[in-house]
Design a protein around this ligand. Structure first.
Ligand code: ADP
Ligand code: TRP
Length: 338
């Protein structure tokens, strides 16, 4: 087993935004320079909500193209498609037999769905809940354990899933860790950066998120990006008056796209007065566009010729399967079916 294997799943539902780029894509690409990395498009997780075949096909390619355009190097990272590693689903079946239903009843996403029904006055609290949503944490555990991943970079909302994965691996290890053809699954750790500084605000100042509809999509065409930035609400402080950078959304966004010297300079200019919100937004647009422009072009090239994306995912999936097969063989021997 490799010392450190970093693995994460990319759920292909909807377009990526600046928050995903700063909070997930950039750190994962930095980790790829240092560790053994496995990043995959979690298409069977998306299936729970995306039931339109063309939409799912598009989202899988778009998710992979986004990461490739941002600099993910398939020679450095194994990038693959979850559904192309069927060993995952056999391991899911094995884990299902070891996981108490009560654990699933307590899962956040499932409980939230029931709470929503309750609040809406629907008496069947399971209305609209499919088994895919209920089993979601077991499938996610299988994704992680099938690659013997040791580190799983995720957002804070996913931390319960990583704890569940460690619990489920523990049930397996208690039962099958020793004896005969015993096999012990490594317990993964979540890598979660929830420092304030790593959270990108949306246009309304809350955390940027698709669910708040306050996001700026990652690959907006240049003119639309400019408009989206111009539309970020600001107060009516006159140009010449001093301004507080720390309560300014455009300033906070800017800090993620320029170096520390520029941040210090812009801060000084705002605090001193003489720089208007419009000037700040222009600087923000220039900085975001300079960083994302070439990536947007690459994304569009890839999407115009999706065969390239499909080939990269296929090649990565072959590599991922080799590793998954070896793990599944040990699991099969340990449980007594082989
Ligand atoms: P959303 O809230 O838009 O649905 P997701 O939950 O799909 O976003 O997030 C996917 C990844 O992007 C996670 O790793 C998450 O931590 C990161 N991320 C999402 N929004 C932000 C944000 N505003 N700032 C920093 N990272 C973010
Ligand atoms: N559940 C994750 C999300 O919603 C995506 C995901 C699926 C994942 N399988 C994973 C993340 C395995 C890390 C490891 O964002």
């Amino acid at each position: 087993m490799a010392a450190n294997t970093y693995l994460t799943g990319i759920k292909p539902t909807g377009d990526f935004h600046l928050g995903n780029y700063v909070g997930a894509i950039k750190p994962a690409l930095a980790a790829a320079k240092v560790y053994d990395t496995y990043y995959f498009v979690a298409d069977y997780h998306a299936l729970n909500t995306v039931k339109d075949a063309d939409e799912l096909r598009h989202s899988i390619r778009s998710g992979a193209a986004t990461w490739l355009a941002c600099g993910l190097d398939p020679a450095e990272t194994v990038i693959y498609q979850q559904s192309k590693v069927p060993e995952t689903f056999e391991l899911t079946t094995v884990l299902t037999a070891l996981t108490p239903k009560g654990l699933m009843n307590r899962a956040h996403a499932y409980k939230a769905a029931r709470d929503r029904n309750n609040e809406a006055g629907i008496t069947d609290l399971d209305a609209g809940v499919n088994m895919g949503l209920f089993n979601y944490p077991i499938l996610m555990a299988a994704d992680i354990l099938i690659m013997e991943a040791t580190h799983v970079p995720v957002g804070r909302d996913q931390s319960q899933h990583i704890e569940y994965t460690a619990d489920i691996a523990g049930y397996f290890n208690n039962r099958y860790g020793q004896g005969g053809q015993g096999y012990t699954l490594p317990l993964p750790k979540g890598v979660i950066d929830d420092s304030e500084a790593s959270i990108l605000p949306g246009v309304d100042g809350r955390k940027m998120s698709k669910s708040y509809d306050n996001h700026i999509p990652l690959f907006l065409p240049e003119n639309k990006l400019k408009k989206a930035i111009r539309r970020i609400p600001t107060d009516s402080t006159p140009v010449e008056d001093p301004k507080d950078p720390d309560t300014s959304v455009p300033f906070q966004l800017l800090t993620h796209f320029v170096g520390p010297d520029t941040v210090a300079d812009v801060r000084k200019r705002l605090e001193r007065g003489g720089t208007g919100w419009g000037d700040l937004k222009n600087e923000l647009f220039e900085a975001v566009n300079a960083e994302l422009g070439p990536k947007r072009e690459r994304y569009e090239e890839l999407m115009a010729d999706p065969r390239q994306i499909d080939d990269i995912l296929e090649a990565g999936s072959v590599r991922a399967r080799e590793r998954a097969r070896a793990v599944l063989d040990r699991v099969r021997a340990a449980i007594g079916v082989a």
